[in-house]
Design a protein around this ligand. Structure first.
Ligand SMILES: [Zn+2]
Length: 272
């Protein structure tokens, strides 16, 4: 198979400048999506009005468990996310009483394009463009209100899938892709992941060591002034875990034990 590929007539290929055309198209898309992202960021970063967040459930493994779980979802499954943002924004003196409003939208049948592990920088850029195009393509003809932020939640049957890839939130593009489990006991932890990715779309950065998941001190601690410092009893949203001892950090059970730390608050323009 390798040989046929090498034997392809290079002369014919050179006739039309596909590569140049591809780069031009890529350039156009970059400019257009960059502009769109800048506009949506300018609209959302001021906290003058609530942020409208659309949640699109996706049955990621075509399982009955995911189908049943998605059918059981209502707005109340995501209400703790709204309550979390309301509580934390009030601590930072944000005037809006409900800064984030999640809305459950109808399920999507299609999965988003995936980034292969260990992809290079160019492949990552290409994939992020494909993802943004995909998000536009699967939602632009729908009748629902155009949201400020789109969160695609891919549900997996925990009986069939033990671990899921890292979720992600794209600041440029105002969209998040969340890998979640389709089980009632996973609803609260799923909410933490959704809130984390939502924070990314607003400009917040991670506050943990990617090699070990250990929260960074002090910005990744919910209570960096606590005495004694350990164990921490709450987690910072962009660290995602609370440090219990020098060698142990765990995800809290729900957003009730999660805060927005001072640095994250600055990053999303909650304080100067
Ligand atoms: Zn993150």
């Amino acid at each position: 198979m390798q040989r046929t590929r090498h034997a392809a007539p290079v002369k014919h290929r050179a006739k039309f400048p596909w590569r140049a055309l591809r780069l031009t198209v890529l350039g156009f898309i970059l400019v257009l999506t960059g502009l769109g992202a800048w506009l949506s960021k300018a609209r959302t970063a001021s906290w003058q009005r609530p942020l409208w967040v659309a949640i699109y459930p996706i049955n990621a493994d075509a399982s009955d468990a995911s189908t049943r779980y998605i059918a059981s979802l209502g707005d109340e499954a995501f209400a703790p996310i709204d309550a979390f943002f309301a509580r934390e924004a009030a601590r930072y003196g944000v005037a809006l009483t409900g800064p984030v409003e999640t809305h459950l939208y109808a399920a999507l049948a299609e999965r988003p394009p995936e980034l292969r592990p260990n992809s290079g920088a160019l492949a990552s850029i290409w994939w992020s463009l494909k993802l943004r195009y995909w998000a536009w393509r699967v939602t632009h003809e729908r009748k629902e209100t155009t949201p400020d932020v789109q969160v695609f939640v891919l549900y997996h049957d925990p009986e069939r899938t033990e671990s899921v890839p890292h979720s992600l939130g794209l600041e440029k593009g105002m969209l998040g892709v969340v890998y979640a489990f389709a089980a009632r006991r996973a609803t609260a932890p799923n909410g933490i992941v959704i809130a984390h990715e939502l924070m990314h779309t607003l400009g917040a950065t991670d506050k943990y060591d990617p090699a070990t998941d250990e929260p960074r001190y002090p910005e990744g601690y919910a209570d960096p002034e606590r005495k004694p410092l350990l164990p921490q009893v709450r987690a910072e949203i962009m660290a995602g875990r609370m440090v219990l001892s020098r060698s142990d950090w765990e995800m809290p059970e729900s957003l009730n034990a999660v805060v927005v730390g001072a640095q994250s608050a600055r990053e999303i323009h909650w304080q100067p």
